[in-house]
Ligand binder design. Structure first.
Ligand code: FPP
Length: 241
């Protein structure tokens, strides 16, 4: 039987979906097959995390640096993203009944008008939901996100609305894609890599990290349980003693 009663759950988890390429390579398949399997894992784990009662879940699907990948791989990821948006639209009523709010973190301007329209439609259609907040980071960069917020504040300084000394960290937070969401408590990265890769930099300031060797397409509900079990045991001090 699944052992998934937790004494404490993170309010917000961030998941870096890594290892799709290696999963495909180890089977002699093209890299995009790894992304196809990875997209299935994303759906499965997103649903499971919501069922467990995790209120905020952020997945890293595509970074601002991922455009440097071969064109057919980028196109394959964008196609999977488009398929997901279509499916979310088809299942909108079901998502609303489950209280799922969808947000897309990242700069939408570089994406096609069709993708942008679907993203905006879904964000707007689910904006009053609050049971599960599902974020998908696409064309996302943590440094770019902070820069964008800081530029908005600079405009307010220039117009005289605020003085430089009046700038607060909450103002920076309010300019992020995750403005009103809690900070990330736990970052999960499979596939053996141990780095943050420009993911939710501001939000993860005090996050716990959990790494695993399993490749993302093979990541199961039991792996998430294991990460949450490890989190349960962590002694979080936020700079205190
Ligand atoms: C990292 O693995 C993964 C990505 C850059 C893409 C992640 C995309 C998906 C999981 C599918 C997209 C799903 C949606 C819904 C948009 P990697 O390719 O860097 O793996 P490797 O390190 O083994 O090469």
């Amino acid at each position: 039987m699944a052992d998934n009663n937790f004494s404490v759950l993170p309010a917000h988890i961030g998941i870096i979906m890594d290892g799709n390429g290696r999963w495909a390579k180890s089977r002699g398949l093209p890299r995009k097959m790894g992304h196809i399997e990875g997209a299935k894992t994303f759906r499965r784990i997103g649903e499971y995390a919501g069922d467990l009662g995790i209120r905020h879940i952020s997945f890293y699907a595509f970074s601002t640096e991922n455009w440097a990948r071969p064109e057919d791989e980028v196109n394959a990821i964008m196609k999977l993203f488009g398929d997901y948006l279509k499916e979310a639209e088809d299942r909108l009523q079901e998502n609303i009944e489950k209280g799922i709010r969808l947000r897309f973190l990242g700069d939408k301007d570089a994406l096609t008008p069709e993708l942008r329209a679907a993203m905006e439609y879904l964000e707007n259609a689910t904006k009053d939901m609050d049971k599960v907040n599902l974020n998908l980071a696409i064309n996302y960069g943590g440094q770019q996100e902070i820069l964008h917020s800081v530029k908005n504040i600079a405009r307010d300084v220039l117009s005289g609305k605020i003085k430089p000394d009046e700038i607060t960290s909450d103002m920076i937070q309010q300019g992020l894609y995750t403005a009103e969401q809690p900070p990330v408590d736990l970052v999960i990265r499979p596939s053996g890599e141990q780095r943050l890769s420009n993911f939710l930099l501001w939000q993860s300031a005090y996050a716990e990290f959990w790494y695993s060797d399993v490749l993302w397409p093979d990541f199961t509900e039991r792996d998430l349980d294991e990460a949450l079990r490890a989190y349960e045991k962590r002694n979080r001090r936020f700079g205190g003693v």
